[in-house]
Design a protein around this ligand. Structure first.
Ligand code: OAD
Length: 241
């Protein structure tokens, strides 16, 4: 057996004994689908763009067309991408465990397209937009002139969380419940730098979960993990199924 298979055998054995499994994912799980992450690799989004120009309420107020053109580009990239083996492995794990909970920071919709259900979306979803004035929520228009408008005439905005904004309260509560009650927690494809999402690893730890990190790089969460697997999620997660 090679190192990865050894690690998988140990993790699989712990997983089989677990009653409540929760998983936190980040941009790295979509990297093998061809989508750029925020902070890793030469194409990293925050290496090429400044978050304050594209992902804050102030940026949107200043130049909604610019912000929208970036999100439309990302939506087009996500639409052209396909879920990878890591996404499918998580959907498979869920199908065999009624208590399985998937928490994601990703807005690309690839977990849902792989078959995951009731995904806890901490940072929203670019496939959805909401009105800046009225309560309407609509599928993000793919070819309207930018910036797109709501039926009420006001601007639509992508239904994602921007810097300086609170996370959706219900999603955050579900994530805290899932992490706090898990006895087995996987943290995959995240740099674990952005709070409050990164804090869920500590919540899982405090709740007594066995924690497995899947990431080619070390992160600030590594010290809180029982096992750190230095591998791509699309390589490792299928070994758990
Ligand atoms: P980051 O770009 O910060 O981190 C991606 C992580 O994925 C890094 O630790 C990489 O080492 C790892 N990685 C790369 N390829 C991988 C692979 N094939 N398999 C597994 N891991 C891999 O992305 P996030 O942690 O998701 O927030 O970023 C968190 C938040 O910061 C995002 O949700 C976004 C961003 O600003 C908002 O937009 C609110």
């Amino acid at each position: 057996m090679d190192g990865l298979s050894d690690a998988a055998a140990e993790v699989r054995e712990r997983l089989q004994r677990a009653a409540r499994v929760a998983v936190l994912t980040g941009a790295g799980v979509s990297a093998e689908s061809g989508l750029a992450t925020f902070r890793s690799g030469p194409d990293a989004l925050w290496r090429r763009h400044r978050p304050e120009d594209l992902a804050t309420p102030e940026a949107f107020a200043r130049d909604p067309e610019l912000v929208w053109s970036w999100y439309r580009h990302r939506l087009q990239r996500a639409a052209a991408a396909a879920p990878n083996a890591g996404h499918f492995a998580l959907a498979t794990l869920q199908s065999t465990r009624p208590t399985f909970r998937l928490i994601t920071q990703n807005v690309d919709g690839l977990h849902e397209r792989a078959g995951s259900r009731s995904v806890i979306e901490l940072h929203g979803n670019i496939w959805r937009s909401r009105c800046t004035v009225c309560p309407r929520s609509v599928p993000t228009p793919l070819d309207d002139a930018l910036p797109p408008r709501c039926a009420c005439g006001a601007l639509l905005r992508p239904d994602v969380v921007w810097f300086g904004e609170a996370l959706p309260a219900r999603a955050m509560q579900r994530a805290l419940d899932a992490a706090g009650s898990a006895d087995f927690f996987i943290v995959a494809g995240t740099s674990a730098l952005v709070y409050p999402a990164a804090g869920l690893v500590g919540v899982a730890r405090a709740g007594g979960a066995f924690i497995v990190e899947v990431n080619p790089e070390e992160t600030p969460a590594t010290v809180a993990c029982d096992v750190s697997v230095r591998a791509k999620s699309g390589e490792f997660l299928p070994l758990l199924c």
